[in-house]
Design a protein around this ligand. Sequence first.
Ligand code: TXA
Ligand code: MG
Length: 312
Amino acid sequence: MTIYTPTPKTVLKAAHKLRSGGVVSFPTETVYGLGCDTFNKSAVSIVYKLKSRPRNNPMITHILNTSWVNTLCTGWDNRCQNLAQHFWPGPLTLVLPKKDSVPTEACGGFNTIAIRCPSHDVAVQLLKLFDGPISAPSANKHGHISPTTAQHVEDEFGKQLMVLDGGPCEKGIESTVLSMVNTPTVLRPGSITPEEISKITGRVETTTTTTQTNSPGTTGRHYAPNTPTKLFNKDDVETHNNGAVVLVIESAPKNVKHVIHMPDNASDYAKKLYASLRYADAIGATQICIEKPQDTQRWQAVLDRLHRCCAE
Ligand code: TXA
Ligand code: MG
């Protein structure tokens, strides 16, 4: 069996698997991760292979608490400590210069490392029992939609992979990635917003066009369904074809067989988004039409994912 109910016994089995250089999928509050031992180069290599992920796309290292940061990075200053105090455990990833002892393979060849402390109880239990940092990208094939349930992970990788089932993820989209190398800079928007961060750190920069050099995993088409997907303004949604699935917030499109009603607040929308896109793929829709949410601060992380899943 691939999907395991988390119990002390099954979480210990997962920890042993990691210890022996294996790969395990586990839930976090954002999305499911595909975890391996950060310090085991061959385990890291298995994760890249399984995902078909380019080797220059660094992974996030998951830790239990701030006492682990000194084994991984340098430059952990008061700003980082304050951020951790406010937002950890939770969906904020901090990028800092890495320690030489951390294999560059786990960091996409970079001299920086992305670290976060997840809040999901199963992730916490796994980190405790493994007793070391776990590198984990989202548990999906490269470029595909991130998984928010254990079943999604099995759909991606089949029954060979051990998946700890922690139920549907609370947040539903990936963590905010914040570079702390110089001025705090958001490399990937998430549910923790630049405004919230700036209350702790002062000025925060945001990147609009991220390049290969600052966060490879945020470039181009990503989080994408197999079905062609397009964003539409509210009033244009109903003009599109019959085989389409539409994700609507306010509009009530006519002559469309499959309508998925999405929540009108950004956090509930985010929670439902990836499962809705997977559903649309699964029923064989000819197109996925998405009503564009409003362009306000609250919706930035969702809009970022929608733009990337619609990118050519
Ligand atoms: O919520 C999340 O962050 C989930 C869960 C499993 O923790 N993980 C996740 O991992 O989304 P992944 O690998 O799908 O995305 C990691 C992102 C990528 O955009 C990558 O470029 C960025 O983090 N990243 C990782 N290390 C970096 C570094 N050293 N410098 C800049 N960006 C980095
Ligand atoms: Mg990912």
